[in-house]
Design a protein around this ligand. Sequence first.
Ligand code: PMP
Length: 388
Amino acid sequence: MNWKMADRAEKMNPSVIREILKVTEKPGIISFAGGLPSPKTFPIAAFTKACANVLGSDGEAALQYAASEGYGPLREWVAASLPWDIDPAQVLITTGSQQALDLIAKILIDKDSRVLVETPTYLGALQAFTPMEPEFVSVASNAGGIDLQDLAAKAAGARFLYLLPNFQNPTGNSMNEASRAALSAAAARLGVPIIEDNPYGDLWFDAPPPLPLTARNPEGCIYMGSFSKTLAPGLRLGFLVAPKALYPKLLQAKQAADLHTPSFNQRMVHEVLKDGFLDQHVPTIRALYKAQRDAMLAALEANLAGSGVTWNKPDGGMFLWLKLPKGMNAVDLLPLAVERNVAYVPGAPFYSGTPEHNTLRLSFVTSTVEQINTGIAALAQVFSENQR
Ligand code: PMP
């Protein structure tokens, strides 16, 4: 049979990270590479109870086809949980927030459309947008946020700016109040819509982050959230909040994609959430991740202080970002790290433009403190032996 691939399929690539991580699949390896939440945080007992309640009280509806917009009470919960005025009719429940990225790409990107992204940015967003064949334009970014002069220089004709203001993937960096206020004003002035991706915002350690960008200009933004990091990623449950004018097109894209997000999962999650469960549950995740972050920072300090390697101190989320001395290459060093039973994700795949090869991402959430200590000591050895 002569299968002829569509041009768009030819342009799809396997996740670069997945390919890189194949070398890290080794029994006993200490992995700082994954993007997974800690399974210790999954509320299995609450779901066991909710499952019985949903099936007992509402089994037929929970197992039937349902509305593409999502389960009404869950949409109301989402609207009420966010700190600006939202009509539940603006909430679309999605099959993970990853699907929200796909739907947004389908309705907003044409071939060669200009799409602005942070430097670096979430690889899964680059993957979701790529089949629509945009022209990616990296806007210069640093720990404080994106460079507004560079944004102004690149904004003309952009379909949107995609960004993660809270505990970014991959860097762990967050935007402070002043940079949010300035960015929000600049985007409005330049007429650039914002896609705000916020799967990590609830995982703050000492103080909640400043107001989302969407709260400052709801008509100029699409906001995305997820239950993957506060409940469990296997549920595949996320959402977007869109201006009313955009909603019908997003809904049509959603219908075509999968009719609706599983009714059963939506009802289970609503059953778990409805009496304030997250108010007790999320603080336990914050406490665990904060202790893990502190352990990793202490291990980095003990093993790498003065070595020329630098790192940030994230205020929440799951990741921190390392910079090796210039000239060192984190992709080349990964097999050497794996030989010593430790893995990380090189930073290069997270850049849509020219990568900084000396960067890498470390997850601090899935390893024990003991593993963190052993793993960071091993990494430090690899770095010092290969110092250029
Ligand atoms: N956005 C970002 C920035 C992410 O890190 C992730 C998960 N790794 C997602 C979206 C997708 O999350 P989910 O589909 O599980 O909601």
